[in-house]
Design a protein around this ligand. Structure first.
Ligand SMILES: Cc1ncc(COP(=O)(O)O)c(C=O)c1O
Length: 476
């Protein structure tokens, strides 16, 4: 045989052997959602230790690759996983993940992704409908909220700025308005677009960490007086640190009055459009020009899949078009099926498979139940903490994100900050829970995103116990 290794790589032997291994591991892992098993959520190793392990593994004659990867990663299936905003994926989407890797259609052009392109159209039309957009709307899927927010702002610039920046570069100081509490990727997108610090007009937050919309007129006038051509405003739905929703109705009215593009960063909580109980948080979203919703956050999908939806679908064709005057009219074709023309990516994964399989198998009911359950749980957790004099909650949760800290009478902020930071370290070292932390107005909080659909209040009571125990050890 001329190319024996190549031949071996394409035989079914290794595939089947490893598939069986992964199937067994996956089944055990999926069952981790069933209760507070004795397994750790997180078994911390230092970067050096982890690096040494994998350097050894590559040379080693034993092959425990999949077992090790399962063991040495954070277990998002475990009900004690209450950390970052990453979904516990619905198991069916692990199957679409496998199919995606095997079929490997790159989607940049229609011929290299017939089904996923059409599926993507079906899915994005349905999301537009759920947002409340009309039949003029449309969108696409792209690789993450960060990229989707950048893409939306590029669309905004194309639409609202009359000069041809795409071809001639920036000639004036442009600006966008966004709450100071927004996710950092908005700031990053603006800087990538050449807006600089001056072009990021940070709107102060109210006490509840949502945008103070009473400042908008003043801030716009100030920016315009400083020669900044403001072209867009971004509402967070919600912002990341505290999960506070901006008032989209107020922002939409302000945008319409001042001819600004209205973008909603719903990467985390745009999913609440599906919740009968909580969709009111997104009142006004249908007035947005563009909306971002991550499937891999609050829609139970694997990393990475994001929907970017536009009220006017023609914008999807214009974002990266080379000619400034290019505008599709009725005689021109709507090339919704040519992904590469609309998205930042050229090659893109068949992420639409995840959305479709969940929509088809469970319908919007799945998303309704999931979002509602998780948002309810955050409120129950808040009540539990507020009934305990040892804790303080930063702000009542509007979503499934809750920030809180342990408090002690007559302690300075610095001392309390240190204690809460040390508690977080201790919890991680212990590995029974995975939670994160954030700083709000100089105060260090522990932060939970209740992502796992099997986390119960009983798990959170246990977390509270562990936090108290850790506090006692740190400060006997
Ligand atoms: C509000 C918000 N926007 C955008 C992002 C970035 O999304 P992604 O991680 O998909 O790039 C995040 C991530 O946490 C977020 O919370």
């Amino acid at each position: 045989m001329k190319y024996p290794t190549l031949s071996q790589a394409f035989e079914t032997t290794d595939f089947l052997l490893n598939l069986e291994k992964v199937k067994a591991l996956a089944l055990t892992r999926i069952k981790d959602t069933e209760g507070p098993a004795d397994t750790l959520v997180y078994d911390y190793k230092s970067p050096e230790e982890e690096l040494a392990f994998w350097q050894d593994q590559l040379e080693s004659t034993t092959n425990s690759f999949f077992e090790s990867v399962f063991k040495r990663t954070t277990n998002v299936q475990h009900p004690n996983y209450v950390g970052h905003q990453v979904a516990t994926p619905a198991p069916l989407t692990a199957v679409t993940g496998l199919v995606n890797s095997l079929l490997n259609n790159g989607m940049a052009v229609y011929e290299m992704g017939m089904s996923p392109s059409a599926i993507e159209r079906v899915v994005t039309d349905k999301i537009c409908e759920a947002i409340g957009f009309d039949s003029q709307s449309g969108g696409f899927l792209t690789s993450g909220g960060t990229l989707a927010n950048l893409t939306a702002l590029l669309a905004a610039r194309k639409e609202k700025v009359s000069t041809d920046i795409w071809n001639n570069g920036l000639k004036q100081q442009l600006g966008i308005m966004v709450c100071e509490e927004a996710h950092y990727c908005i700031d990053r997108a603006a800087r990538i677009m050449g807006l600089g610090s001056k072009g990021i007009i940070k709107i102060p937050a109210q006490d509840n960490y949502a945008m103070d919309t009473t400042c908008l007129e003043y801030e716009l006038e100030k920016a315009r007086n400083a020669g900044i051509a403001v072209f867009a405003i971004v509402g967070s739905a919600p912002s990341t640190a505290t999960g506070a929703y901006d008032n989209l109705e107020a922002i939409g009215k302000f945008a319409a009055k001042n001819n600004l593009w209205f973008h909603v960063d719903g990467a985390h909580g745009g999913a609440a459009i599906y919740s009968d109980k909580y969709s009111y948080l997104l009142n006004g979203i249908a007035n947005a020009d563009s909306v971002v919703i991550d499937g891999h956050k609050m829609l139970l999908m694997p990393i990475i899949t994001t929907a970017l939806l536009f009220k006017n679908k023609w914008h999807t064709q214009r974002i990266f078009s080379q000619q400034a005057d290019y505008l599709l009219d009725d005689t021109q074709e709507d090339q919704w099926y040519q992904s590469g023309k609309k998205t930042f990516e050229c090659t893109k994964s068949m992420m639409s498979l995840h959305w479709f399989i969940l929509m088809k198998t469970y319908g919007n009911k799945l998303f309704n139940e999931y979002v509602t359950r998780q948002y309810d749980l955050a409120k129950e957790f808040e009540a539990l903490l507020r009934n305990d004099k040892d804790f303080e909650v930063a702000v009542s949760p509007q979503s499934n994100i809750l920030c809180f800290r342990i408090v002690k009478q007559n302690w300075s902020t610095e001392k309390l900050n240190q204690l809460n930071a040390d508690i977080r370290k201790a919890i991680l070292a212990n590995g029974r829970f995975y939670l994160v932390q954030t700083k709000l107005k100089g105060i260090h909080y522990l932060r939970t995103s209740l992502m796992n659909p099997f986390t119960e209040l009983s798990h959170l009571s246990e977390l509270v116990k562990q936090i108290k125990a850790a506090a006692l050890i740190i400060n006997p």
